[in-house]
Design a protein around this ligand. Structure first.
Ligand code: NAD
Ligand code: DAU
Length: 355
């Protein structure tokens, strides 16, 4: 891929920061717009300190004047839109922020992008891209034997989070069909890997296990997720950015369905080996009250991305999960800086009601 200038939103979060590290490594220049909510963490990008290929801008996708200025100043080849409220449990306890950021924020960004695209010469307007990073949760929940989600599966979001992402996907689609903005959307399954905020299943369980705290499994632990190592997701986004067709959506998945309880047990087994002092860690598994409206199963059919653009996940779950556990063991300082203040309040609020 030729070197590009990318305006990345939400680049201090989990996937956004992994994406920026990879994009800069591949020779792209990045302007990173992030509001630094509880989920944004500049430590994720510490290795880019002093690197002129990364420009950080502290601000919100809700600020249309700021976005217009950034587009005008940096004239990016593409916008890669990660910024969102991303945690389902938080959306259940406080949906308003999800409507603001995920729906109004995406709308604000689309408006600014369209205005900017219209100011470009025709050739540049055709190559300009708005890449919208979305989720498989917009498709709802699968029964055990149902075929995996494909690009034509009807939208049936079940949580305030997935409903807000679905609304943003629809807006993105409408800006292509109505105004001709050159958009592409990716709908990805569950990511895991370095820099994931320890409110999500895998980093939460690793953090709790290392600290001898209970491992709270929601409901019967039989819910299924399709896990993808985060750098494979970043690679998929760069592939779609380069070769994806405007107006199309691409499903991204790990071809790796796992029951939650099995994931937790795998983490315990790896920790028994790498952090033997707390072994056996599975004694910490505790069943807690289920998530309201908990989607039973996600599975992604990513054959379109594989056959039309030649992408496939490179990391296996066996190697990826081991690398992830090792990363959290090696980066205890990164975790410790996060697990104070707001994090503690969240954990107390979310888990006290599940006892
Ligand atoms: P995250 O919560 O780790 O990071 C979100 C980032 O967005 C943070 O840096 C935060 O500061 C920033 N942000 C929030 N509101 C903002 C605003 N108004 N303006 C600018 N920045 C703002 O999220 P993540 O897990 O990295 O997910 C990134 C994107 O990928 C989201 O759109 C999410 O829906 C999507 N996605 C996530 C997964 C997953 O498994 N984590 C899977 C598929 C899709
Ligand atoms: O599918 C993609 C989505 O994956 C993304 O769009 C979301 O941004 C991302 O957060 C993730 O959503 P999930 O709800 O699937 O992820 P989470 O890590 O919160 O939970 C994974 C599963 O583990 C889910 O079935 C709920 C369960 N769980 C979660 C937590 C935090 C537990 O059993 N215990 C827990 O403490």
């Amino acid at each position: 891929m030729r070197s590009r200038v990318l305006l990345v939103t939400g680049g201090a979060g989990f996937i956004g920061s992994n994406f920026i590290l990879e994009a800069v490594r591949r020779g792209h220049a990045v302007v990173n717009l992030d509001a630094l909510t509880y989920a944004g963490n500049m430590d994720n990008l510490a290795s880019l300190h002093g690197n002129s290929a990364h420009t950080f801008v502290h601000g919100s996708i809700l600020d249309s004047a700021l976005i217009a200025r950034l587009l005008d100043e940096h004239r990016p080849d593409a916008i890669v839109h990660f910024a969102a409220e991303s945690h389902v449990d938080r959306s259940i306890l406080g949906p308003a922020a999800f409507v603001d950021t995920n729906i109004i924020g995406t709308f604000t960004l689309l408006e600014a992008a369209l205005k900017h695209a219209r100011s470009l010469a025709e050739d540049d307007r055709k190559t300009f891209r708005f890449l919208h990073v979305s989720t498989d949760e917009v498709y709802g929940s699968l029964s055990p034997d149902e075929a995996a989600f494909h690009e034509e599966t009807p939208y049936r979001p079940n949580s305030p989070y997935s409903a807000s992402k679905a609304a943003s996907d629809h807006l993105v689609r409408a800006y292509f069909h109505t105004y001709g903005l050159q958009v592409v959307t990716t709908n990805c399954s569950n990511n895991y890997g370095p820099y994931q905020f320890p409110e999500k299943l895998i980093p939460l369980m690793i953090h709790n296990a290392i600290n001898g705290k209970s491992l709270p499994v929601y409901g019967d632990g039989q819910n299924v997720r399709d896990w993808l190592y985060v750098t494979d997701h970043c690679d998929a986004i760069l592939t779609v950015l380069e070769d994806g067709t405007p107006g199309e959506t691409y499903n991204v998945g790990g071809l790796n369905e796992q029951k939650n309880l099995d994931v937790v047990k795998i983490l315990c087994t790896i920790l028994d080996e790498l952090h033997a002092e707390g072994a056996p860690h599975d004694r910490l598994i505790t069943y807690v009250k289920d998530r309201p409206g908990h989607d039973r199963r996600y599975a992604i059919d990513c054959r379109k991305l594989q056959s039309s653009l030649g992408w496939s996940p490179k990391e296996s779950f066996e190697t990826g999960i081991r690398k992830t556990v090792q990363w959290y063991l090696d980066n205890a300082v990164w975790v410790e800086k996060i697990v104070s203040g707001e994090y503690r309040e969240w954990i107390t609020g979310n888990y006290a009601s599940r006892a």
